[in-house]
Design a binder for this molecule. Structure first.
Ligand code: HEM
Length: 499
């Protein structure tokens, strides 16, 4: 089949033919994972229309590499994600071109593994706090001889990761009321965000009237004013910059907590310092280059990108472990070996949890929180036997490719043991890409791993989780892959007298 564009003929890949293309669009909206999975029967590259939009679905690691790495300059983020700008503004996730490159260069140093490792203590403390809260709920029930309770683990993991990202971004510089307000506003924003449904066609959905719209705008205004105030206060603290030194760690802040080696500088202060350093190098005087609006957009981006995905990853992992008792036994054994005499896990322990790392990896394979990535071609691009015309959308799906039997034996089974050195060295680079790739690769990956390992250790060593009987577990591919009906689980303490 060919399509005519001004002066050009494009051969289209195979795909579903429908007399009523809108019917197919509706099916896609309703069950995108099923539709994408069905498309794989057409080969590694297929084509369909969503309304007027031509979409290419690319399902081979080499083709994905071609889009995300080799030809990345010929693509921009897809129209759906660009629309989320209304929520997170022009931050790292949504910005494009030279501006994105500059911002990424500026912010990247704050996210390297060494820097992120300073936050390990915050992660473990927040994990311990939620365990204490669970224990209190249980104690309050014990009069009734109840030794267990039912909680929606998805909600719990969301609260947990919101409190971590809030602590990482702002440190102890905000009071608990502000934190509660932020969490409330962010929950409303994320709910609305998910109403946009699919990451790559949110623009179409957003035109539909939404009941939650007014609530969303009020939450956004309120959150903006909170974040603007936090930024102004952080700016005021950063006044003692030593212009003789290029080493930002020697620049002093007027904030005693930030200069305390035992408590890491919060990410917002780090960003302000990196920005001030850039200003100093360029203009030889201390100035911040980012406007308050720009900073707000980056902070909001990190807030949203930094908790939704991690909360989903933890929820799916806890679910998978609860369904696989042998895996759970191995994890508990490993925890016992690494943390002899019940001590607290630290950053140095992370590399020792080899089996748990494989468990988290396998969970990211089966239930990748970012289940699809979209791009829009801004130039003609050759992928395989086809030339993709500018204006087309290309979709790559982690959920589908991660379950491809060509790369993973028994692809739908949860087998952490599969992640041997041999598998890793033979696997094509983009057969497993939970964090994307290329210049837009996830910046928070180091933090995601720290959270994944340390929180699983902290929660699992004291708590045994079982799925509530009859609870339906259905993946819901919204902006991220969430459990459609939450994740109701029965929580029991492992050692009743020990904690
Ligand atoms: C399991 C957890 C996570 C997963 C699966 C995940 C996945 C992803 C993916 C697939 C992308 C690329 C999207 C694309 O190419 O269109 C991305 C981008 C991004 N992620 Fe994550 N992420 C996670 C955690 C985090 C955390 C904890 C943070 C920050 C604290 C974060 C911050 C970002 C940012 C800023 C970008 C945009 C990067 C850019 O375009 O330059 N992520 N993430």
């Amino acid at each position: 089949m060919t399509a005519t564009a001004p002066g050009f003929q494009y051969k289209r890949p195979p795909g579903p033919k429908s007399k009523f293309p809108y019917l197919f669009s509706l099916q896609f909206l309703k069950a995108p994972l099923t539709v994408l999975n069905d498309l794989t029967k057409y080969g590694d590259i297929s084509y369909f229309r969503f309304g007027h939009q031509g979409i290419y679905f690319v399902n081979h690691p080499d083709y994905i590499q071609s889009v995300l790495i080799i030809n990345q300059s010929k693509f921009i983020k897809n129209p759906g994600l660009r629309l989320t700008k209304r929520i997170i503004g022009n931050g790292l996730l949504t910005s494009e071109g030279e501006y994105h490159k500059q911002q990424r260069e500026l912010i990247q140093p704050a996210f390297d593994y060494g820097h992120m490792s300073k936050y390990a203590n915050i992660v473990t403390s927040c994990g311990e706090d939620i365990c204490t809260k669970w224990k209190q709920i249980l104690i309050s029930k014990e009069e009734e001889e109840e030794k267990e309770m039912v909680l929606d683990v998805h909600q719990e993991m969301t609260k947990l990761t919101v409190s971590i990202i809030s602590n990482v971004l702002f440190g102890s510089n905000i009071d608990s009321n502000t934190t509660t307000d932020i969490i409330q506003d962010v929950t409303i924003l994320v709910g609305y965000f998910n109403h946009l449904r699919l990451p790559f066609i949110g623009n179409i959905i957003e035109k539909m009237p939404l009941a939650s719209s007014r609530k969303f705008h009020a939450a956004k205004r309120h959150l903006d004013s909170l974040i603007f105030t936090i930024i102004q206060e952080a700016r005021r603290r950063i006044i003692q910059v030593d212009k003789r030194s290029d080493d930002i760690d020697r620049w002093s802040l007027n904030d005693p907590a930030a200069n305390d080696k035992n408590s890491p500088r919060d990410l917002l202060s780090t960003l302000l310092l990196l920005d001030a350093k850039r200003g100093t190098i360029r203009s030889n005087k201390t100035t911040t280059f980012m406007t308050t609006q720009q900073l707000r957009d980056e902070i909001m981006t990190l807030f949203l990108a930094g908790h939704e995905t991690t909360a989903n990853a933890l929820t799916w992992t806890l679910y998978l472990i609860s369904e696989n008792r042998k895996v759970e036994d191995k994890i508990i054994e490993e925890i016992g070996q690494v943390l002899e005499s019940n001590r607290r896990p630290t950053m140095d322990d992370i590399s020792k949890f080899q089996y748990l790392r494989n468990v988290f990896t396998e969970s990211l394979r089966l239930y990748p929180p970012a289940w699809a990535i979209g791009r829009e071609a801004i130039d003609s691009v050759v992928i395989g036997d086809y030339t993709i015309p500018p204006g087309s959308v290309v979709i790559m799906s982690q959920y589908i490719t991660h379950r491809d039997p060509r790369f993973f034996a028994e692809p739908n089974e949860f087998i952490p043991e599969r992640w041997s050195a041999e598998l890793k060295s033979n696997l094509p680079r983009f057969a497993f890409f939970p964090f994307g790739g290329g210049s837009r690769v996830c910046m928070g990956e180091p933090l995601a791993w720290i959270e994944g390992i340390l929180l699983l250790v902290t929660l699992l060593r004291y708590w045994k989780l079982e799925l509530m009987p009859e609870h339906p577990v259905v993946p819901n591919p919204l902006i991220t892959l969430r459990p459609k009906y939450g994740m109701k689980m029965i929580l029991k303490r492992r050692y009743v007298d020990d904690y």
